[in-house]
Design a protein around this ligand. Sequence first.
Ligand code: LLP
Length: 430
Amino acid sequence: MFAENLSIRDGVLYFAGHNTVSLAAQYGTPLYLMDETRIRQNCRMYREAMRASFGADALPLYASKAASFKRIYEIMREENMCVDVVSAGEIHTAALAGFPMENVYFHGNNKTNAEIAYAMEAGVGCFVADNREELEAISRIAGARGIVQRVMLRLTPGIDPHTYEAVATGKVDSKFGVAIETGQAEALFRVAAALPNLALEGFHCHVGSQVFDEDVFERSSDIMLEFIARLRGSYGFATKLLDLGGGYGVQYVDSDGAADIPARIAELAASMRRKAAALDMPLPAVLLEPGRSIVADAGLTLYTVGAVKHITGYKNYVSVDGGMTDNPRYALYQSAYTVCAAGHMDKPAAMRCDVVGRCCESGDIIQPDVALPELRRGDILAVCTTGAYNYSMASNYNRVPRPAVVMLTPEGSAVAVRRETMEQLTENDV
Ligand code: LLP
């Protein structure tokens, strides 16, 4: 199997050492499983790689949009991670988990005044301001509260990361941040430096997600460091923090290959040191914001097979009891996934089929054209690497309740998020 936490025993798929068919029987399907050990290993991998390559002041921030629920923030607290949040809802969830608010970085391209006030009331450590109006609102609301708010500015370095369009965010014409190329970033810096109640600590960029290009981070950090050097020369401004965002790609299918993230971080650090030396300036403390690469391979989804349809002379469909409501990523981005017949891992994969969901929508596809053994109603299917952007992007389309999330540890299994009930589906209907 392509991931260390997957194995096969007696024809059954095991995940994080647990029998997936038994878990499906115990908790019902559809079901999200999360391998807690793997999440912790991924956090430690980032912390150690960043400390080794950038030094003690480097910080990994978990981008919690990838998977946001109480237990995740508890794990992040225990692993001494900082977190990136993008809404009052994520702040609220982190607060419920007792996450230390000074280690929270508040992102988003359109924070409302109410969210800004909520975040300050909660004591969020640092805001990443996206635009001038937002920056002014942060300063005004901080002033009314009599505080000085730490901020960074989100900039677009003008890099095309060659990933799918929907997740490319660092280009000049992006809806996120302000562009360096057009001079608007420098103008926003001047605004930030002049506003009261703000402590401007640095700059942020995020060029895209599921990035495998070797040099994307090097190119964007070059541009950011040149900008920082310019501010140092023209305004005498000392940048404390440089946040390069998230984006390292993960392996969804065999052909993706596995990214060696510590090696990539070491190369990035070497490149940034060379650049800083060439610009004759110190390197600011470096922040990275991995989301996908912290949780993706810690997740796996289980479904029960319903209809198996052979359209003679055309194609085969295997329908499952979930779909785009719990995993919209194929429908949105044509994302690749590895699908397995969890109870029949020893049988030849003789049937080509589209694995589809139960929603009233032809685009409700989990994965097209996969090879599986002949299946029957009641068999269990596993979709691997679903820990990122599945639960967090789930919906109630067709009034389908969201699945439970079960955390797996070597000691056992425990529900981290309960399955939604019919009552919850209608509780806001008046
Ligand atoms: N930082 C910022 C400012 C971001 O916008 C993102 C992701 C991250 C960090 C984390 O990036 P990661 O390490 O996870 O690549 N729903 C899409 C992904 C959207 C990513 C949005 N921003 C998907 O399912 O592929």
